[in-house]
Design a protein. Sequence first.
Length: 137
Amino acid sequence: MLSNLFSATTIPVLEEVAKFSQLRHTTLAGNIANLDTPGYQFRDLSVDDFQSRLQEAVELRRQPPDPYRSGRYARHREPLQAAPAEKPHTILYHDKSNVELEQQVSEMVKNHMQHNLALTVMNQQFRLLTTAISGRL
C-alpha cells in the first residue's frame, strides 16, 4: 500500500533525478581531479539522453494499468541507467588532455543546482504526505 502511495506522487521521478545528479557529480569531480593528468580525456553523462528516458518512463507510468497484470508486477519499473555523453569537440592541449576547468566547474554548479532542486521538491512531497497521513493542517 505504501508503495502505491509513493508511486502516485512525483517522488520516484525525483529519486531518479537525484541519483543521476549524484552520479554526474562524481564524474565531473573526477574530471577536475584529473585536470593535470597528461592525456586525460574528460568524461560526462548525457543529460539529454537521461531526460528523454525519464520522459519515456513518466509517460509509461501515465498509461492505464494492464487489467491482465495485477499485483506488484503491474507497475514494475526498472531504474534508469546513466549513459556516457558523446565527447564534444573541445580544445586539445599540448599534453593531449581536453579538460577545461571553467567548463567543468560550470557544469558541476548546474548539476548541483539540479540535485538541490530535486531534493527540495522531494522533501516538500514527503511533508505533504506526512500531513495527509497525520490528518493535521
